[in-house]
Design a protein around this ligand. Structure first.
Ligand code: IPD
Ligand code: CA
Ligand code: CA
Length: 267
């Protein structure tokens, strides 16, 4: 079952990736969603349609939670639910910056069964299945070994509403970067998580994310041997918005640093 889900999600991600790659750098339509810089393009919509059609063909009784079309109702509580971000990193895509991905996860009875993240520009495919490990272009991957927070390499992101968000993650960013620890901001949360899973980064944190940004990446990091929690260090669920994903070894120190921030965030 899990193998079939992975195969189907990888197929759908590759197919949509082909489409997005063709559209990259062309004159496509860009719309603003909520907020001046929260963008959506015609490729977000086309990609989502293509992914849903493809998954529906393989799993006709599926239900969906997809960024652009919302959620469909459960007809059967045992149905597979696909959680889809058809283009994660839309702002990069809209500015012709080749850092973006497609993110697809499957869950059943609220438990994640598999996750797939695909960067069509680099042809990098990450996938994981529950209890089966995590893979990058078909090779098994694991999180980094670095246990030293001071020499770690981290990545974060900032929500679209950072202007209005009183407990914004700028404070968290500042408190870590001031220690001289390198922190990147790539603009695709799904890729950030895939890169923690394969050891490129030692950790990632962000607030105000949605299930479609997080679901596939969370299972990838866990299956690669990493740790995924909320900022507080408490158990993570895909609708929890705040996420901290690390190699496990630096987790405690990152939690302490985030919690020590006097930014008014309610942990
Ligand atoms: C965004 C990206 C970005 C993160 C934002 C997300 P989108 O998703 O993942 O890295 O900082 O919070 O909303 O809008 O490009 O699908
Ligand atoms: Ca996203
Ligand atoms: Ca998106």
């Amino acid at each position: 079952m899990i193998e079939k889900l992975i195969k189907s999600a990888c197929g759908a991600a590759k197919e949509a990736g082909e489409l997005i790659k063709k559209g990259f750098g062309t004159a496509f339509t860009i719309y603003s969603k909520d907020g001046k810089n929260n963008l959506v393009t015609e490729y977000d919509k086309l990609s989502e349609k293509m992914i849903i059609q493809s998954l529906q063909k393989d799993f006709p009784n599926s239900v969906f939670l997809a960024e652009e079309s919302g959620s469909s109702a459960f007809t059967d509580e045992d149905a597979i639910r696909w959680i889809i971000d058809p283009l994660d990193g839309t702002v990069n895509f809209a500015h012709n910056l080749p850092i973006f991905s497609i993110s697809i996860a499957a869950e059943k009875n609220k438990e994640l069964l598999c996750g797939v993240i695909y960067n069509p520009i680099l042809d990098e495919l990450f996938y994981a299945g529950r209890g089966q490990g995590a893979f990058f272009n078909d090779k098994k991957i694991s999180v980094s070994e670095n246990a030293d927070f001071e020499t770690s390499f981290l990545v974060t992101g900032f929500p679209y509403n950072v202007e209005k968000n009183p407990c914004n993650c700028i404070d968290h960013f500042v408190s870590i970067i001031k220690r001289g620890i390198p922190v990147r901001r790539l603009g695709s949360a799904a890729l950030d998580l895939a890169y923690v899973a394969c050891g490129r980064f030692d950790g990632f944190w962000e607030i105000n994310l949605n299930p479609w940004d997080l679901a596939a990446g969370a299972i990838l990091v866990k299956e690669a041997g990493g740790l995924v929690t909320q900022y507080s260090g408490e158990d993570f669920k895909i609708n929890h918005k705040s996420i901290l994903a690390t190699n496990g070894k630096i987790h405690k120190e990152v939690v302490e640093t985030l919690r020590a921030c006097d930014c008014g965030m309610d942990f």
